[in-house]
Design a protein around this ligand. Sequence first.
Ligand SMILES: *Cc1c(COP(=O)(O)O)cnc(C)c1O
Length: 237
Amino acid sequence: MVVKTPEQTSPPASVADALTAVNANIADAAAAAGRAAEDVALVAVSKTFPTDAIVPALEAGHRIFGENRVQESAEKWPALKTAYPDARLHLIGPLQTNKVAQAVALFDVIETVDRPKLARFLSREIAETGKSIDCFVQVNTGDEPQKAGISSTQVDDFVRACSEDYGLNISGLMCIPPVGDEPSLHFALLAKLAARNGLTNLSMGMSGDYETAVRFGATSVRVGTAIFGSRPPFKST
Ligand SMILES: *Cc1c(COP(=O)(O)O)cnc(C)c1O
């Protein structure tokens, strides 16, 4: 694993420069793994940042964003999506069933499908609204009790239920490795689980480990700090 020097991790001069740098790192990691850079989507995680901080990324041409809270997204994104209708928004945080209608209206991709009750509510809302939503199943690869996600031992059954029983469009798997663990073990496990279930998309890798994730097959990486700078600690989840 490459240890970064403080110079490399210091905040970039602008969001546009940061996007350029992260995209270049993704391209390098993809090339090193014999993959095409276009096969890796960069989800710019804008949680906790106000619209003023997000607009420069949109103006720089970036279009894929991630947010982890429905309420916060409802305050920020309707106006941004009006101004930039081709922006695509991913929900990357836990979703409560009482916010499913709001989430389906706001988001294009829901990365955190993690339990049957949520799958059922999503299925009903998607059917009623006719909106097309790509879903990822979130896997708790470290089996951490406090973390959301389906246990890796139950992924096969849950993916099948999501597709067959609930009719969800499951495009891939997502994970957040435990802090302090070697992330590559979790990335490799997620890749194996996806392959075994015939799923092609892997959402894995954050600011600290997205290059590793690309080497292990990530088709989307979720990067916040390396693009927008650090978040206030009290809002860090
Ligand atoms: C906040 C968050 C990220 C981005 O983390 P950074 O370390 O800031 O890049 C990625 N994925 C999820 C699920 C997050 O909540």
